[in-house]
Design a binder for this molecule. Structure first.
Ligand code: IPT
Length: 976
């Protein structure tokens, strides 16, 4: 039996114990002026919390998780699990083998802190924190994503030296409510600091700044000595202008006998004339300073805030910000870093948000816990609507825990402490009670607390609202389903039953090559009153940088060992199972719109265009109609340039004058060009950039590229040549630039959506990945060679005909494939061939420049694009179909000396040019296992299946499926 009272309590298996000796949460920012205790601490990893400390000390970096520190002897590595707990113990139990980190260091307490209140703040520790100072028990805290403060005034001596020990227990009763879909780690993930205040201090500051300009600042004041001294008072400043204490509030308090000698309450009150209001488009902030004085005027405490004036309300079924029904273009964001696990710096977070702004996002759900405090400062400053989510996910034991009274305290504790911490951020517009935890009395208790404490913001909780989107009596003010079929959302909005806003808390699962039908979602959202948007799942691919040789994490030493989404040779992005975990959920952790190094995936460009602030609505009467799709801003922060894209290869450019449009307005603009009479197909592109520096983008940053077709294609005459094509004994085209002749392809390397949606299995069962070709007949007739062939799978046979004709400069290939009913949903119908090495540049007329697919092509304008072949491929963590370009009309593949080949297509087609055959991709588990082929693997598809989001959520829409029956396509191959 231990003599240590903290250990004797066994707090890791006591859900009722959420803290001991911990200070109440508050919104006073103590980071400025504090003594940082970050850096190397002495460290021991115990096998269990009650194992004796006494082995050799190593060292560990604070903040940091020990699971990511590349040090010998630290054999507790990251483990990825989605829903399942990593051990069988039922809540509140934890396994006997329970890694426990003991962090220790000496702290020299400044002599000038004599007589002051001295507080230790631990930014975050997972999952149970025990604090000792000089061997004396100081406190306990749970909640891996909120800070804990402990008053050390009676424990340490100013001018003295103290030994601080932080014991962090990895598994606990709390782990059962921190069962989020992410890596399991252990350690201290946010900064540790020590600060001092006067005994008379601000215990909390609550700011209410309304759209009307009214500002109320409510302060709670305490004195560490006990009773408050006579005559204390508050002053404040708003952008340098003085604020006074609200005498009416004081008088009412006295009258109601609400004031005590122990707890002081006072209010600053003002109305800001001509207030600059806050919203995500124009995030206007004011500097607020609150000062606490003694009767003699001396300042004993100061709290600084950046505040924004804005209102949030629900009216009917609309969520309004400043009276506007804003669209929520959101993403779910974790605190994640490929080198540190969960510790994120100011620069990291700023880079996240800057990138999101550049790609049209305006909202963040802090999935699934309160994010690092700095994130909210940045969201205020850069302009994001934040759904702040409490650290509660009991996924594996959701039903048991939601009503378990032993966890009641934890639910209320976690939700209330989040609200107390973040309530002054204008960016936070909604509180979330957590994620995937069923629905029970514990949620209602937490919701009740929030509704009383902060009536200025709505609450959401998916688990409550999912039972009936139209209910009005549960813990959620918003219906916030996850992965709901679009048609269900639209039907609900049209049903006449809708009672509250419908904003999906998760949708469009971004695993691998995904986010198909995003544009369809947004077309419906924008056209359907009652639908307001949602949060894409998710921002990050959580790949951890791992050394391939020994399987260790690269840790902080891995800085710079990746580029453009790809890990350096000898390294890879690890996902579930890569650290030898016996149970894990594989690549499901790689489901973000950015790679682990924050390189945007092509889906980001899709989102950028869908969110475009300015759009071309239509082309008529030799003019176009432009529209401002923002809620609050004019177009004056944008500038534009026109491009006229002509099929003959020309792109004409010119400056564009954007009209002066208020939000929601449209204007007719005459065509800036006379469209040349010849030249066939013609497109007008508007390249929109920032006209001046924005906090998130320098001047000239591309914001969107709206485009409209001015004229359709013209027939291109094909002139037959007076020779015949060469074919081999198998009826296959012989061509000097092709190493593999054109054959039929119905398969693609399964995407994550194909795999998890069950399509990939079906395709393998049908034998589509290994079709056997058999020539049926070869006929030659006046220079035309007709090859009839059969491609047999296990479930059916495809009849295929190729008609090869020599034409001027090359060969024309007309193809027809007849798919039996058995192949009712295939990946593609098209041609595949391979080229000689050396043709390393692709130039194409079609959609681009980035990857696009039939159901993800809104962000890729038609143009004359060109990229090295190696840059066409998108390195999804688990190799899969990648690198496709939609709507390709023609392309050339050339060597530096401009020799090569050119392919002209009968109509816009899906094309891909990579170094990999589908089977190369399908047989690799990580990108670093791929061996590029020297030539190019070229696919030209008559039809290509949409991507959908079936790895978690709806598959693509029926219109993007490849149907059985007859498919026809043709193309002409020429030598350059
Ligand atoms: C949903 C989770 O909320 C999220 O954390 C993540 O796991 C996502 O799915 C999939 O990546 S829960 C799922 C069972 C719908």
């Amino acid at each position: 039996m231990t003599s240590d009272p903290l250990l004797a309590l066994r707090p890791w298996e006591a859900p009722e114990v959420t803290s001991w000796g911990r200070q109440p949460m508050n919104a006073v920012d103590r980071r400025p002026g504090a003594l940082p205790l970050d850096g190397d601490w002495r460290f021991q990893l115990l096998s269990a919390p009650d194992a004796p400390v006494g082995g050799a000390w190593s060292s560990a970096c604070v903040p940091g998780v020990w699971t990511m520190q590349d040090a010998d002897g630290l054999d507790d590595l990251p483990q990825y699990l989605n829903i399942r707990m990593p051990y069988p113990e039922f809540p509140p139990g934890s396994p006997a083998a329970n890694p426990t980190g003991v962090y220790e260091r000496e702290v020299d307490v400044p002599a000038e802190w004599a007589g002051r209140r001295i507080v230790l703040q631990v930014g975050a520790a997972e999952s149970v924190l025990l604090v000792h100072v000089d061997g004396r028990p100081v406190g306990i805290s749970k909640d891996s994503h909120l800070a804990a403060e402990f008053d050390l005034s009676g424990v340490v001596r100013a001018g003295g030296r103290a030994t601080v020990r932080l014991t962090v227990v990895k598994w606990s009763d709390a782990s059962h409510i921190e069962d989020q879909d992410q890596w399991w780690h252990g350690g201290i993930t946010r900064s540790v600091l020590l600060y001092a205040t006067d005994p008379l201090h601000l215990a909390d500051v609550t700011v209410r700044a309304a759209y009307s300009g009214e500002l109320r600042v409510d302060c709670r004041v305490r004195d560490a000595g006990g009773a408050l001294p006579e005559g204390w008072y508050l002053t404040g400043e708003l952008d340098g202008r003085p604020l006074d204490q609200d005498a009416e509030f004081d008088r009412a308090n006295v009258e109601d006998e609400r004031v005590s000698d122990f707890l002081g309450e006072a209010r600053l009150l003002t109305t800001e004339p001509e207030v600059r209001t806050w919203n995500a488009e124009t995030p206007e902030l004011y500097d607020l300073t609150v000062r606490l004085h003694r009767a003699d005027g001396t300042v004993t405490d100061t709290s600084r805030h950046r505040i924004g004036f804005r209102d949030v309300e629900i009216v009917g079924r609309d969520l309004l910000v400043n009276g506007e029904r804003v669209f929520i273009r959101g993403v779910n964001r974790h605190d994640f870093h490929p080198l540190t696990g969960r510790t994120v710096s100011y620069d990291d977070m700023r880079a996240d948000l800057v990138l999101l702004k550049r790609f049209g996002f305006n909202a963040i759900r802090t999935a699934h816990y309160p994010n690092d405090p700095t994130l909210y400062d940045l969201a205020d400053e850069l302009g994001f609507y934040v759904v702040d989510e409490a650290d509660i996910e009991s996924h594996d034991h959701a039903h048991e825990i939601a009503d378990d009274p032993r966890y009641l305290n934890a639910f209320v504790d976690r939700v209330s402490r989040m609200v107390l911490r973040d309530k002054n951020h204008p960016s936070v517009i909604i509180w979330s009670l957590g994620n995937e935890s069923d629905y029970g009395a514990n949620h209602d208790a937490a919701a009740g607390w929030v509704r009383r404490h902060d009536p200025t913001r709505p609450i959401q909780y998916e688990g409550a609202a999912k039972l009936d989107w139209a209910a009005t009596d549960d813990a959620s003010d918003i219906a916030c389903p996850m992965y709901a079929p679009l048609e269900d959302c639209v039907a609900h909005a049209l049903s006449g039953r809708q009672t509250r806003p419908l904003i999906q808390c998760e949708y469009s699962h971004a695993m691998g090559n995904s986010n198909g039908t995003l544009a369809d979602h947004w077309a419906a959202i924008e056209a359907t009153p009652g639908l307001q948007g949602g949060f894409i799942w998710e921002f990050w691919d959580h790949g951890i940088l791992q050394r391939v040789s020994d399987g260790r994490t690269a840790g902080r030493g891995g800085a710079g060992l990746y580029d453009n989404g790809v890990a350096a040779p000898g390294y890879r992005w690890a996902y579930g199972g890569d650290f030898g975990e016996t149970i894990h959920d594989g690549a499901f952790i790689a489901d973000g719109v950015v790679f682990p190094d924050r390189t945007p995936k092509p889906a980001m460009y899709e989102h950028r265009e869908i969110a475009a602030p300015v759009r071309i609505e239509c082309f008529r009467h030799e003019g176009i109609v432009l529209a401002n799709h923002q809620h609050f801003r004019t177009l004056d922060w944008l500038s534009g340039a026109w491009e006229l894209v002509l099929a003959d290869g020309r792109t004409l450019t010119g400056p564009a004058e954007l009209p002066d449009l208020r939000p929601g307005e449209t204007a007719a603009v005459p065509l800036p060009f006379e469209v040349p009479r010849d030249g066939g197909e013609a497109w007008l592109t508007l390249r929109v950039t920032t006209a001046e520096d924005q906090p998130w983008a320098p001047r000239g940053t591309e914001v969107c590229v709206p485009q409209i077709r001015l004229r359709g294609p013209a027939e291109a005459p094909v002139v037959p040549a007076d020779r015949s094509v060469e074919i081999d004994d198998e009826g296959l085209l012989v061509h000097p630039l092709l190493t593999l002749a054109p054959t039929l392809s119905l398969w693609r390397a399964p995407t994550d959506n194909d795999e998890l949606g069950g399509m990939a299995l079906r395709w393998r069962t049908w034998g589509l990945d290994a079709l056997v070709r058999k020539v049926v007949s070869v006929r030659e007739d006046a220079g035309r060679v007709t090859v009839e062939a059969e491609y047999a799978g296990t479930a059916g046979v495809v009849r295929h005909r190729q008609v090869l004709t020599a034409v001027e400069g090359g060969v024309r290939v007309e193809e027809e494939a007849e798919l039996p009913e058995a192949f009712h949903d295939v990946a593609r119908v098209g041609t595949v061939f391979e080229t000689v090495p050396g043709l390393d540049l692709l130039e194409w007329f079609g959609q681009g420049p980035w990857e696009s697919y039939p159901d993800r092509r809104a962000g890729a304008p038609v143009g004359h694009h060109s990229l090295p072949v190696d840059a066409l491929f998108t390195p999804y963590l688990r190799p899969q179909e990648s690198g496709g370009r939609h709507g390709v009309r023609r392309f050339t593949l050339s060597a530096p000396d401009a020799t090569g080949l050119c392919v002209a297509l009968d109509e816009p087609r899906q094309v891909s040019v990579t170094r990999y055959r589908a089977e190369d991709l399908a047989s690799a588990a990580h990108h670093d296992e791929l061996v590029p082929r020297p030539g190019c693997v070229v696919h030209v598809d008559a039809a290509h299946r949409g991507l959908g989001t079936a790895s978690c959520g709806p598959d693509t829409a029926p219109s993007y499926l490849v149907a059985p029956g007859v498919h026809r396509w043709s193309w002409t191959l020429r030598v350059l």
